[in-house]
Design a protein around this ligand. Structure first.
Ligand code: NAD
Length: 366
């Protein structure tokens, strides 16, 4: 069941094109602060409820990053792994056509699961306005994913949290769950600040090395053998969340931390690079136990900040500058509010996001 409250959702749209067979969903949760911004996912099971939930997270994330965007999300029902490229192009173009009257004034699209630059190019070709989406190829003014905005932002959030805990980056150890786009850039950033990377995982397993893993060597091992687990002399571990390190950066799957892990966690700080790495109740329990958690909607906002810079035709340099400024400022602000109110950083983040949205609604600027 979709929940309606003081924020939204403002619009729920189901679209169908009999010619291509395209079935799609768009949920615009809020446009109080600007056009609803959020990615398109293509999966065989995407539902209105799922899209609505993700659209709300985008409303919060964009508000917290203080961007002139509301929140939205959309989905196309199809199995991207089974359909041909020609079929995929037809579906994306039919979806873009169906949303044309709303994009970009009320909705700005972006890639999500099974969508990337090529799909955004199709979206723009049909819409006719480059502002209808972000995540475009560089030839259309896109800022590539490979610049690492999200992972670098995770690194900045970690530095602020370490300072809050009175820990020196040069004397801490950290573990990274997932060694893809977010995990590699966060690892590079933090090892560059002198922190010691002692554990890493990917889809094939987890490794630990007390004396520290070399970032460049890890990249090489991953490239040459397909997995970090082949790093020489490192010990194989069953679970990255049980390793001995001061900091955990999550950068892979949802729900990596489960109830049964709680008593085995030794981290002082968890920075959520991935989305929903644990249930909200678990986050609250860990907060009560004194583990500091920087929530996903603050820590991994580098991607949406980069989208905003692309939207205003900004440069790579502007993107890096804004990611650093915004993530540093927002992480510090949330930690301050959480301390003052004696609540978890996630609760403080949601309170602040809602306050800003309701203020924008009241001012009725749109
Ligand atoms: P990616 O596909 O580049 O990398 C994912 C990594 O996770 C890979 O190294 C893969 O081997 C590893 N992995 C898969 N299953 C695993 C498992 N069971 N245990 C450990 N590792 C596993 O993805 P990404 O872009 O780095 O995104 C990672 C997470 O961050 C996702 O949850 C994504 O939604 C979230 N996120 C990404 C961005 C972004 O801009 N890239 C922005 C916000 C949130």
């Amino acid at each position: 069941m979709i929940k309606f409250d003081k924020l939204g959702p403002e619009k729920i749209l189901e679209v169908y094109d009999p010619k291509s067979g395209m079935k799609g969903i768009l949920v615009i949760d809020s446009t109080a602060r600007g056009p609803g911004k959020g990615g398109i996912r293509m999966t065989p099971t995407v539902s209105k409820e799922e899209v609505a939930k993700l659209a709300r997270v985008m409303t919060w994330k964009n508000s917290l990053a203080d961007l002139p965007f509301g929140g939205a999300k959309s989905g196309i029902l199809a199995n991207a792994k089974e359909i041909s490229l020609e079929k995929k192009e037809k579906l994306v173009k039919a979806f873009s056509k169906a949303l044309k009257s709303l994009c970009p004034d009320s909705y700005i699209a972006a890639p999500d699961m099974n969508m990337a630059e090529r799909e955004m190019e199709w979206f723009v070709q049909t819409n006719g306005d480059k502002k209808s989406c972000t995540g475009k190829p560089t030839s259309l003014g896109g800022l590539p994913h490979e610049l690492g905005s999200t992972g670098i932002g995770v690194g900045h959030a970690t530095l602020v949290a370490l300072k809050y805990l009175d820990l020196d980056p040069k004397s801490i150890t950290f573990a990274v769950e997932g060694f893809g786009n977010v995990g590699t850039f966060a690892s590079k950033f933090l090892t560059g600040k002198g922190a010691k990377l002692v554990a890493v995982s990917d889809s094939q397993g987890c490794i630990y090395l007390k004396s520290g893993l070399d970032y460049k060597k890890l990249m090489q091992v991953k490239k040459e053998t397909g997995s970090v687990i082949n790093y020489e002399n490192a010990q194989k571990q069953n679970n990255i969340t049980h390793v001995q390190a001061e900091v955990l950066i999550t950068a892979a799957i949802p729900d990596v931390i489960k109830k049964s892990d709680i008593d085995k966690l030794k981290f002082k700080l968890i920075v959520e690079g991935s989305n929903i790495p644990m249930a909200e109740e678990l986050e609250e329990t860990l907060h009560q136990k004194g583990i500091l958690i920087i929530p996903d909607m603050i820590a991994n906002a580098g991607g949406v900040i980069s989208s905003y810079v692309e939207h205003i035709n900004g440069t790579e340099q502007k993107m890096f500058k804004l990611v650093e400024e915004k993530i540093t400022k927002n992480t510090a602000l949330i930690l301050k509010l959480a301390k003052e109110k004696n609540i978890s950083p996630r609760k403080a983040a949601i309170e602040l996001a809602e306050e800003r949205i309701l203020k924008a609604k009241k001012a009725n600027t749109r």
